[in-house]
Design a protein around this ligand. Structure first.
Ligand code: ZN
Length: 304
């Protein structure tokens, strides 16, 4: 059934080996997948032609863990110095992870790289973005306000939004529920309002259709009909996860938002790409709508 479509997966995560992949999922993966390149490519087979790696580095989480380990008897000045060193170290890790993602895209023509940025890195975010655009073939920017514990309207992010417009790069961001309950507040779709009001020309993709906050996504889509898009990973899935839409709800919501603004994706390895593509193919969309969801909208955004 899938053979008749061109299929692009707008949202996957890849890891150097299965141990790291499983660690990143922290036991939340229910797909039986582990996140390696080989496994992903095998799953894609000749059915899914391209997959966008929206990898990220848990910069904030790692920095907090390191800060907790600092000796308690440091003076405020010493503490500040140590904090600076920790942030530099985590910034380095983020850069190396981005490099690895680009390496994988260079090596496998089916894979595309996005560059992951975190406001904890400060102005190094822009340096990293410009470096990756100039020297590597990145096609977009990945943000994760939930993991980084920042609101999308955080003014530290303004330079990133400005540069994204200037460089004509789309931004994909996590939106909706997240497996660390304390962090959910950061990624509610409504928190993107000020960003969308301020940056008319920004191409913004809210991942997971704002899982769990679908009415906020719907309202946002009505208010901003320009450059706001969604991916439907997790929201429509063959797996059994929290917040998944029922078939008729999924069709109603996507049509109401506009089929031309929603892209199919899997969030591999949390979900199984081929099985999730089959799930969307089985829904009662027209073939024209399926073509839009599977590839046309993605190609529009990626300009490929
Ligand atoms: Zn994801």
């Amino acid at each position: 059934m899938l053979e008749e479509f061109e299929i692009i997966d707008m949202h996957v995560h890849t890891y150097p080996n299965s141990k790291i992949g499983l660690q990143a999922m922290q036991g939340t993966g229910v797909s039986g997948m582990t996140g390696t390149i080989e496994e992903l490519l095998q799953n894609m087979g000749n059915i899914i032609s391209k997959a966008i790696q929206v990898n990220m580095t848990p910069v904030r989480e790692m920095a907090d863990a390191a800060l907790k380990k600092l000796p308690k008897n440091l003076t405020p000045a010493e503490n500040k110095e140590e904090e600076k060193k920790i942030i530099e170290k985590m910034t380095g890790r983020n850069i190396r992870r981005n490099d690895w993602t680009c390496d994988m895209a260079d090596k496998h023509e089916q894979l595309i790289a996005y560059v992951s940025l975190d406001p904890l890195c400060g102005s190094a975010m822009i340096t990293e973005l410009l470096d990756k655009v100039k020297n590597r073939n990145v096609k977009g920017i990945k943000l994760h306000p939930g993991n980084g514990r920042f609101f999308p309207y955080d003014k530290r992010m303004w330079p990133v939004y400005e540069k994204a417009i200037e460089l004509k790069l789309p931004i994909i961001t996590h939106s909706g529920a997240f497996f660390t309950p304390d962090n959910i507040q950061y990624t509610q779709p409504k928190h993107f309002t000020e960003v969308l009001e301020t940056f008319d020309d920004l191409t913004l993709v809210l991942a997971h259709l704002g899982i769990g906050f679908y009415e906020e996504s719907r309202a946002l889509a009505k208010k901003f009909d320009n450059n706001l898009y969604f991916d439907c990973s997790r929201a429509i899935s063959s797996g059994k996860m929290w917040g998944i839409l029922k078939d008729d709800q999924a069709i109603e919501l996507i049509r109401d938002i506009g089929v031309e603004r929603v892209m199919w994706s899997s969030d591999y390895p949390w979900c199984n790409p081929t099985k999730d593509a089959q799930k969307v193919a089985s829904l009662n969309f027209t073939n024209e709508e399926k073509n839009m969801l599977f590839a046309d909208n993605a190609k529009n955004i990626l300009k490929i």
